[in-house]
Design a protein around this ligand. Structure first.
Ligand code: PMV
Length: 323
């Protein structure tokens, strides 16, 4: 049987994280760091996985046992669940050999689980010659993510599928491509791995105890996202930087900022960035800042000087594709 390879991009959340879990919009962009997944049919009823980037070599599971073992590595959990959902939806079953390869480490928070899920589902649908729309692919991938981790808006899956920059609402209620050339971003990694599900859980606790206050914060985040959407269409980077700073203040207010993120954010602002904020769930991972070309070196140096690692990424990358 033929071998199919599909690749999908990672993402960076630009504006609106956390509020998006509560039905508000967010802005997300796909980055040029990709994960590729190769799939070929094999005889027998075994699914065989090699994912060397996350330390998985020669992992084997019977099709009938997919999803049953509790202690499989995280990367494999998404793969197993995606296959269960795919086999169920399309009424097919086949032994498969799956290999994944990543341009980036899963520790950066670029959405590796989502990119793997999307690339795998795109590859298997192609392998079985099933025609699937982007929205159907999103729904299947979103079900997979919810099955595995219980929470999430699906913004990272949308970025992996559509690519570019998107105005997005939870569950794919709205997926609107935004026309922008390239975000002049510098990305700083704190060196600390954040756990999205735990942070979403902590925000949920705060939401329960201070619902009205937190609702108001989410409303303000929504205004920021809508304003940012208008500004970006007019290249209003100065104003976008200010909106980033305000968004960061609100993220701090809901408790997801950290000392390390803050250090990099302040360093970026003080060395001339238009604005800076954390990107994603918070608690670690990456911060982003908007920077004019002539300030880029100074900002990168300031981030490195505070112990951060500058990650070179390009935004607005292509969505999932069959290689
Ligand atoms: O931690 P990340 O980069 O996957 O971002 C999480 C963003 C949240 O809004 C907190 C959760 C979500 O699924 O939208």
């Amino acid at each position: 049987m033929k071998k199919i390879r599909a690749s999908a991009p990672g993402k960076l959340m630009l504006f609106g994280e956390h509020a998006v879990v509560y039905g508000r919009p967010c802005l997300v962009t796909a980055v040029d760091k990709r994960i590729s997944v190769s799939v070929s049919g094999i005889l027998g009823d075994i699914v065989w996985v090699d994912a060397p980037d996350v330390g998985i070599k020669n992992y084997q599971c019977r099709i009938s046992d997919l999803g049953k073992s509790e202690d499989v590595p995280k990367g494999v959990r998404f793969i197993e669940r995606a296959l269960i959902n795919f086999f169920e939806k399309y009424g097919v079953k086949k032994g498969l050999r799956i290999e994944t390869k990543s341009d980036f480490s899963s520790k950066f928070g670029f959405g590796s689980s989502s990119a793997v899920t999307v690339a795998l589902l795109a590859a298997v649908t192609e392998l079985f010659s099933i025609k699937i729309s982007k929205k159907e692919l999103f729904d299947l991938a979103y079900k997979t993510v919810l099955d595995v981790q219980g929470v999430g808006s699906g913004f990272d899956l949308a970025a992996a599928i559509w690519g570019g920059t998107l105005y997005f609402k939870k569950g794919g209620k709205k997926i609107e491509p935004i026309l922008v050339k390239e975000w002049p971003l510098v990305v700083g990694y704190t060196g600390i791995k954040a756990d999205t599900a735990i942070l979403v859980g902590e925000v949920a606790k705060l939401y329960t105890s201070h619902k009205e206050v937190v609702e108001n914060i989410f409303d303000d985040m929504e205004k920021i996202v809508n304003q940012a959407k208008r500004e970006v269409e007019m290249d209003g980077y100065n104003s976008l930087g200010e909106l980033m700073n305000i968004n960061q203040g609100l993220l701090d207010a809901i408790g997801v900022n950290t000392f390390e993120l803050n250090n990099l954010i302040i360093a970026a602002r003080e060395s001339g960035a238009w604005g800076a904020k954390l990107s994603g769930a918070g608690g670690g991972d990456c911060m982003i800042c908007l920077v004019a070309n002539n300030k880029r070196l100074a900002v990168e140096k300031a981030i490195t000087g505070k112990g951060g690692t500058v990650l070179k990424v390009k935004t607005n990358a292509l969505g999932v594709k069959i290689e």
